[in-house]
Design a protein around this ligand. Structure first.
Ligand SMILES: Nc1ncnc2c1ncn2[C@@H]1O[C@H](COP(=O)(O)OP(=O)(O)OP(=O)(O)O)[C@@H](O)[C@H]1O
Length: 243
């Protein structure tokens, strides 16, 4: 079953085609890596999926029936599309637990969320999420976390909103090797329950994801398949990997 279907999508900025007849389908529960040179259109593709911008032509459907071109960012978020930008946006002056409580409360009253999680199930969910991303001290200020731990906290905050499709932009950037491998392991463990699209340049990380890879070039799919397969493709070597 397909959760995301991008069909013949194009998008130009001032006459420049950032996305050019893009076709991409993500299965339910799939983990997919998107790679490609700078300017290949990866961010523009994420912006199209989340309703931040609209295509000039083509269709984007979520879960078969939901036309994403009719929704804005709030609408796609309500449908269950969660996006994690490259830089962590956790609130550094709050504790790890308070950050999670805010995410669990969603758009509800911030002040009541900061008085603690509501009910036993919220306490349990907070513990489950912190366990999942291996953050042992809920009382630590988020500002005291390492860069990798901040990224994991933000992933936990996204998961608090129970997204069905997670879009993750360059999570390994700035991470240590150990954090990078731990992040790959975390995303792999989340696949199945969630569908996940990860944009990344770090090939060790992409290898560790051990998933299907799509190579974007000039707004179009250049190659798709396991990393070993696409990395042998002469065109992929020419425009990206061989550089
Ligand atoms: N709002 C915009 N206005 C004008 N041009 C844009 C706009 N957004 C993107 N572009 C152009 O579209 C092309 C694709 O950009 P995009 O950011 O999607 O690439 P990318 O694959 O994410 O690159 P990177 O790996 O560097 O993040 C680039 O040439 C960029 O300059």
């Amino acid at each position: 079953m397909t959760i995301l279907n991008i069909d013949s999508v194009s998008k130009s900025f001032d006459g420049f085609r950032a996305i050019n007849d893009l076709n991409l389908a993500i299965d339910k529960g799939e983990l997919r890596a998107i790679i490609g040179p700078n300017g290949a259109g990866k961010t523009t593709m994420m912006d199209l999926i989340t309703g931040r911008i609209r295509p000039d032509r083509g269709t984007l459907f979520f879960d078969t029936t939901h036309d994403l071109t009719r929704l804005d960012e709030a609408g796609t978020a309500r449908l269950g599309i969660g996006r994690k930008f490259q830089k962590p946006t956790v609130i550094e002056s709050l504790t790890v637990a308070e950050n999670i409580d805010l995410a669990l409360a969603g758009p509800r009253d911030v002040w009541s969320a900061l008085r603690g999680p509501h009910g036993k199930s919220a306490v349990k969910e907070r513990a489950r999420l912190l366990d999942l991303v291996r953050l042992p001290d809920p009382d630590l200020l988020a500002g005291a976390l390492s860069h990798g731990q901040k990224q994991w906290l933000e992933i936990a905050m996204l998961l608090a909103q129970k997204p069905r499709l997670l879009l993750v932009d360059e999570p390994a950037a700035g991470m240590t090797d150990a954090e990078t491998m731990r992040t790959a392991e975390l995303l792999r463990s989340l696949a199945g329950e969630h569908s996940i699209v990860v944009v990344e340049h770090d090939m060790d990380f992409v290898r560790a994801l051990d998933c299907r890879v799509t190579v974007l070039h000039q707004g179009h799919v250049l190659a798709e398949g396991p990393l070993d397969h696409v990395s042998r493709n002469p065109e992929v070597i020419d425009v990206y990997l061989g550089r």
